[in-house]
Design a protein around this ligand. Sequence first.
Ligand code: BDR
Ligand code: CA
Length: 315
Amino acid sequence: MKKILLFGDPGIDDAVAIIYALLNPEIELVGLVTGYGNVDETQAAENASYLLQLGGRPDIPVIRGAKGPFSGELVQYYPEIHGPEGLGPIRPPDYFTTNVQDFSTVFEIIDRYKSELTIVDVGRSTSLATAFILAGADFMNQVNAMYIMGGAFNHPGNVTASAEANFYGDPIASDLVLEKGKNITILPLNVTNYALVSPQVVNYITSLNSNPFSSLFKPIMDYYINAYNKLIPGLQAAAVHDVLTLFSIVSPESFQFVSRRARVDSSELSRGTSRADFRPKPEVEPLETLDRIALFFNYNAFIQNFVTVMSGRLQ
Ligand code: BDR
Ligand code: CA
């Protein structure tokens, strides 16, 4: 069972990833760090708390993360994709929080589990980068591995022509994490954009469902699929980027990765753009700077696992 400390910004996509983690017998969620991104940080903490309460796991700590990027600029949220409160048409109870902890809990969790722990970041990188700044790279790199959803390699972005939302949100933080972190795996848009869930799959899961998330899953996914359809006319499905990131941890054999040094651009013209040298013979880089970048995955393996986990019972 993988012990996971999940950084995110729920948000529909992140919410489905939290549900997937709670329902997956191969994952033990040991903490949720909520930061700004799809919604503001306060709302993200409330949404995470609500999901944990629904799942009967209010014991899992929700840890308050960053409220904005290192640049100090105002944050742009995405209600048109994730809904006004981040859960599509669902309004979680106002000011609903359980077991909310301050940021030092991140360090307690790393200290407790050390090399048994996997850190997963499916939101803006500010909170994780802050942990590197506060505790230092040696402390952070005690963990087994880090998985980051972000970037778009040789593929269009989703915020600008070349930048993906998590890296665009705080490119300084994303670059810091990639440069300082060891054993990093990146799940970029060039794979996560194909982690598509159709209304038929949603309806099938709903018809099988017998877990506490049953009444929430269909309305949030219908909302998300409708938002995707407006962004990409003709597409009757939505990509669950953050779930695919968790799937890559429990099913690495379903992915093809390449090892390259990835950087994130902070310059005005190409802010948030991820770069790596994909030539067959790239520039030689120091070993510790190499990241594992996902390039392909087995969709059938993913969707079968998604249906099985999402229609299962709580552990
Ligand atoms: C990423 O941005 C967020 O909207 C999603 O939750 C995902 O983490 C995709 O670019
Ligand atoms: Ca996210």
